[in-house]
Ligand binder design. Structure first.
Ligand SMILES: NC(=O)c1ccc[n+]([C@@H]2O[C@H](COP(=O)([O-])OP(=O)(O)OC[C@H]3O[C@@H](n4cnc5c(N)ncnc54)[C@H](OP(=O)(O)O)[C@@H]3O)[C@@H](O)[C@H]2O)c1
Length: 327
């Protein structure tokens, strides 16, 4: 048997914000990736500290010690507001960049327009992009759930779409906060950012408009006392009573490696540590006007962050989109 492993050209990649939840997940995925090779992992307060990811010891270096020229691909998992400057620096140093922050996402007021990395909807724009704006975690679940209905003109024009979504605590980042301490979240369940003011709303509204939708979204997020995972419960008024609603999603996402249309309501345990979105749709009974219930579940750190970032980086590098990703 011949061994071709030595022929594989490794692509050096760097992670900024590597010590955060999304950054750590990226480091773990890169450590197991057949082609990407970690050139640097940068942190701020945690500079100098080490973690073990998939059998590899990774030491975080200070951002000012990073040599951006060392990487052909850079992932920025920095907080929004901080990320954009580093994205520009990495791009100017010649790297291609996946930005996990909100800074360049649609609806966030960025002067610069870059492709939006909701891969299943924007795949054609990703391959040649120098910079890609990776979507937010809630928008990933909610937009992939809504897109087939909106693009097919089945969501009632002008209607209000109601979204109630619950996220695990890693969605709030690694920085310690009193209201995220174990005793504050365990055995509890609460809504936050109530009143339709969550910072992901402009991103979702802008993308829905770009898909031809004319809808209001009422979005109420909740904090779930688990580490990871998002379950979105979506109610959509529709133009007609659909005999077989799931067929709309099955048709739209046929052949998609990371989208699963399921007959039973998905649970978080079906999706955690996987780069998938699981979608379930059914008619709602006992209403005067037709409406659908759509449930979407993802792992916020995988399909909602690091997994989707690797999916986009694979396309940018001309690799198989699924490479190094747990389906
Ligand atoms: N968590 C999620 O589920 C999720 C999902 C989708 C997208 N995102 C986005 O991904 C990004 C990272 O999120 P996260 O949850 O991983 O956040 P996080 O856990 O708070 O991590 C933030 C990272 O940025 C570093 N950092 C903070 N300020 C910095 C500065 N001024 N200069 C250099 N490095 C700095 C931190 O380093 P130190 O800790 O060492 O200070 C840490 O590595 C955010 O933009 C977020 O919106 C997160």
């Amino acid at each position: 048997m011949q061994c071709y492993a030595f022929l594989v050209h490794k692509i050096p990649v760097g992670v900024l914000g590597a010590s955060g939840y999304a950054g750590r997940e990226l480091c773990a995925l890169i450590a197991a990736h057949p082609v990407f090779d970690l050139a640097f992992a940068a942190a701020n307060a945690q500079r100098g500290q080490s973690i073990r990811a998939r059998g590899h010891d990774i030491t975080f270096i200070a951002p000012e010690d990073v040599n951006l020229e060392d990487a052909e691909m850079v992932f920025s998992a920095l907080p929004h507001g901080t990320s954009l400057e580093w994205v520009c620096r990495a791009r100017d140093a010649g790297a291609r960049v996946v930005d996990l922050s909100a800074d360049l996402r649609p609806g966030n007021g960025a002067n610069e327009t870059v492709p939006y990395g909701l891969t299943e909807l924007t795949r054609e724009q990703i391959g040649d992009a120098r910079v890609v704006a990776n979507p937010g975690c809630y928008p990933t679940a909610i937009l992939l759930a809504l897109a087939p209905l909106v693009t097919a003109g089945l969501a009632l024009p002008g209607a209000t779409i109601s979204v109630s979504a619950a996220s695990g605590v890693t969605g709030a980042g690694f920085t310690p906060k009193p209201d995220l301490m174990f005793a504050e979240v365990v055995e509890d369940f609460r809504a936050y950012a109530i009143g339709n003011e969550h910072r992901h709303l402009p991103e979702m509204n802008t993308v829905i408009r770009s898909l031809g939708g004319d809808h209001d979204i009422v979005f109420t997020p909740h904090l779930l006392p688990v580490a990871r995972g998002i379950l979105a419960t979506i109610i959509v008024p529709v133009v007609d009573s659909l005999e077989n609603p799931a067929s709309v999603w099955r048709e739209a996402y046929e052949g998609e490696p990371f989208i699963e249309i399921v007959d039973e309501p998905p649970a978080l345990r079906d999706v955690v540590h996987r780069n998938v979105v699981m979608i379930h749709a059914r008619r709602l009974a006992n209403l005067r006007e037709p409406a659908l219930l759509v449930l979407a579940a993802i792992d916020n750190l995988m399909k909602g962050a690091a997994g989707q970032a690797i999916q986009n980086a694979n396309l940018m590098a001309g690799l198989d989109e699924t490479m190094g990703l747990p389906a």
